[in-house]
Design a protein around this ligand. Structure first.
Ligand SMILES: [Zn+2]
Length: 304
């Protein structure tokens, strides 16, 4: 056991604190990505600026804490800062902490990379109904690379030639099968419902899921994402039906014209639901879901 691992073994709270603080700092950078990448701006330069154009001092840029101390208002001009900034920082910190607590150190580090791709994808999709390729396609390549480096990500514990090959093939099969299943599901749903159900961005995102989590994770995210979306949206849709208002602020004009059909896919982006599902999978549900897929496989073999 390395010296660092020994410290984390003896003082677990030290690792928890480190994971959360590091996650919230990463979250602070992800906030910058969420706002600048869709606008086509550099995420590195210039440094953080207030809406009024004044640079933000480092002591006013501490994740979560600065927002609480300043009560969500800029020090320079008093302009309100969205509560989403500290929320993204807290969420990223929490996800890093949960990965740290639940996994071995190498796997936790891989999941940190995965979460740092998912968080901006979630919020950019909510804002702009797109998932930039650098998160989905770029994330897929990161996932394949990490699967070779840390085959333990896919449960191949013993490092060496065979585990490396197994990690690589699991990631490749995961990426290809994951995105194909979403593509064909979306294509068939479009024929049945005559409405686009899944976007290209969702299909590419599923490739990233498959590379990090195997095809089981990607396929699970499709169905669990639909369940999560229904659970979240049903009360809103019923409420709107009562009030007789259009679907939502994000609804397209076509939706308002065809008033009766409030389309899940058009009014609300599906990417955040897929991401929520894969986070649940990778943190808590991987074992039971894989066991279920294995059981189905055994049953099918008996039937045939
Ligand atoms: Zn200002």
């Amino acid at each position: 056991m390395s010296a660092a691992a020994q410290v984390f073994e003896s003082f677990p709270w030290f690792g928890w604190l480190l994971a959360f603080v590091f996650g919230s700092i990463v979250g602070s950078f992800l906030n910058v990505c969420i706002y600048r990448i869709p606008a086509g701006k550099s995420v590195v330069f210039p440094g953080s600026r207030c809406g009024c154009g004044k640079p933000i001092a480092w002591y006013d840029n501490i994740p979560i804490l600065s927002w609480i101390i300043l009560r969500g208002k800029a020090r320079c001009c008093g302009a309100p800062f969205s509560g989403r900034y500290p929320f993204v920082e807290f969420l990223t910190g929490l996800l890093f902490l949960l990965a740290w607590v639940g996994e071995s150190i190498p796997v936790a580090l891989c999941l940190w990379a995965f979460f740092a791709l998912l968080v901006p994808a979630i919020f950019i999709d909510l804002d702009h109904f797109i998932i930039p390729d650098r998160f989905s396609v770029g994330g897929m390549f990161v996932g394949i690379f990490l699967s070779v480096l840390v085959p333990e990500l896919h449960g191949f514990a013993n490092p060496g030639g065979i585990a490396t090959y197994s990690g690589l093939s699991t990631a490749l099969v995961g990426a290809l099968v994951g995105s194909s299943v979403l593509y064909w599901f979306g294509a068939l749903a479009e024929i049945v419902f005559r409405k686009e159900a899944l976007g290209q961005g969702d299909v590419k995102l599923a490739g990233c899921f498959g590379a990090f989590c195997g095809w089981q994770g990607a396929v699970f995210s499709l169905f669990a994402g639909a369940v999560i979306g229904t659970v979240l949206l049903l009360p809103i849709l019923i409420w709107q039906r009562f009030k007789g208002q259009p679907a939502s602020a994000g609804a397209s004009e076509a939706d308002e014209e065809g008033d009766e059909s409030i389309g899940f896919g058009t009014a609300v982006p599906f990417g955040p639901m897929l991401c929520a599902a894969i986070i649940l999978y990778v943190l808590w549900l991987e074992e039971p879901v894989r066991a279920w897929f294995d059981e189905v496989g055994v049953l099918l073999r008996q039937l045939l």
